[in-house]
Design a protein. Structure first.
Length: 434
């Protein structure tokens, strides 16, 4: 007798990640349904949170079958919308408050400083609209200035001088409403301590820079009070020491260092009371000093890592997200992959070149030929012919991200060699404005 499929609603579901969801083991047991579009929850210039929640409620209310889970892999606002919707439907998942203890940067740093004080940099709360904001920050240069919640390093500034700080504060004041308005709506749904309730979405955090070291991300899950880590991915930054150039899996860190990070993760997740959810947690390891430092916690899987796990384990780690949402302990990693190593490359143009135009962008057929020449590769261009770099939808304050390139290989050296050859074949060029 056929078993009824589980109805899984996926926030912001789009074709690339649907393919990865359909690659999990026993995928025939799931029916995936889109809950809101990618454009609404990830690419919008403005997030009208109440309207998004109401539209999601309408879609769920009008569904004629049983709803078994709501999942998502996008950052803000998806990760903070899901606990609200799950609570209203009585579905399994973490509480909104526990997710905020991880995702609200100031609250998260307060909590982390209580349980792993030696791994947390100095930090200060900043009101960018305070006329004396620059005078009140008593951290030594350089330091980071970031909103208490944004995504993809947007409005994240590496501040090296007073003039730099003034410019960062002005840019923050111009752009922070995009995140502050929906964040304030979300916080009204939560039962917050009085001191955190006063920290609106328009606030920022300044924190000392974690200098040097190797960066990595732990991927894990909390289920029924148990916390497990099943994979660690290295994050390699570019020459400006700020922008990410690639992710590599599995990590090259020593086993003892990995274990220290896992122990720290368990303490932080436990203190946040985060449960019934996947998570990822970013660390730095300074080999010279033998220290680890905690960068941030996210109450979701990293979508960027899913193709890497697929290539090495043979199954995307979206399987973990599904299992946890359904209350099942994951049987992962899968150990069934084609490759020993995998990477996501993020080729960039560094500096301020808003008026440069992109030339020589290959068409779809040419891209497929390039991918065929490098088995296991997938190329997602973020640019189109003639686009100004200033209009590129991906990037940060210091660079323009041109593409996401996923590759697998049997050695780390082969990964980097194959990427260099592939990117040369893509052959993007740039034309400076006259």
């Amino acid at each position: 007798m056929a078993v009824a499929r589980k109805n899984i609603f996926v926030v912001g579901l789009e074709p690339f990640n649907l393919r990865l969801l359909q690659a999990v083991r026993h995928a025939e047991q799931y029916a995936f349904h889109r809950l809101l579009s990618y454009e609404e929850v990830a690419a919008a210039e403005r997030f009208d949170l109440e309207s998004l929640l109401d539209e999601a409620r309408r879609i769920l209310r009008e569904f004629e079958g049983r709803i078994d889970a709501i999942v998502g892999y996008w950052d803000f606002p998806t990760v903070l919308m899901m606990p609200i919707l799950r609570r209203e439907l009585g579905l399994r998942g973490p509480t909104l408050e526990s997710v905020l203890r991880c995702e609200h940067k100031y609250w998260a740093r307060q909590l982390q400083a209580e349980v792993v004080p030696d791994e947390v940099p100095e930090f200060r709360l900043v009101d960018p609209f305070d006329p004396r904001a620059a005078d009140r920050i008593d951290l030594a240069f350089p330091f980071w200035l970031k909103p208490v919640k944004a995504h993809s390093s947007i409005l994240g500034f590496r501040v090296v001088s007073r003039a730099d700080l003034e410019q960062a504060l002005e840019a923050t004041r111009r752009g922070i409403r995009r995140f502050a308005e929906p964040m304030d709506v979300i916080m009204r749904y939560a039962d917050l301590p009085d001191d955190i309730r006063l920290v609106s979405g328009a606030h920022c955090i300044a924190e000392a820079i974690i200098s040097g070291g190797q960066q990595c991300t732990l991927e894990g899950f909390a289920l029924g009070g148990d916390v497990e880590v099943y994979g660690i991915v290295d994050s390699i930054r570019g020459r400006n020491r700020s922008s990410l150039e690639r992710y590599e899996y599995p990590s090259s860190l020593p086993a003892a260092v990995k274990q220290r990070m896992i122990s720290s993760a368990r303490r932080v997740i436990g203190r946040a009371q985060l449960d019934d959810t996947p998570f990822n947690m970013e660390f730095f390891f300074d080999a010279g000093r033998g220290t680890i430092a905690l960068l941030e916690v996210n109450a979701r899987i990293s979508k960027s890592h899913s193709p890497l796990f697929d290539k090495v384990e043979g199954v995307p780690h979206k399987e973990v997200m599904l299992d946890v949402a359904l209350g099942r302990k994951p049987d992962y990693p899968a150990r069934q992959g084609r490759f020993r190593y995998a990477a996501k490359f993020m080729p960039r143009v560094y500096g301020q070149h808003d008026d440069w135009r992109v030339r020589g962008v290959p068409g779809r057929a040419q891209l497929r030929e390039i991918e065929a020449a490098f088995p296991g590769s997938e190329v997602q261009l973020h640019v189109r012919e003639g686009m100004r770099l200033g209009d590129c939808p991906q990037g940060d304050a210091y660079s323009y991200e041109l593409a996401a390139v996923f590759m697998g290989a049997q050695s780390r050296r082969a990964l980097r060699r194959d990427f260099d050859r592939l990117w040369q074949a893509v052959g993007l060029g740039f034309e400076r404005a006259a």
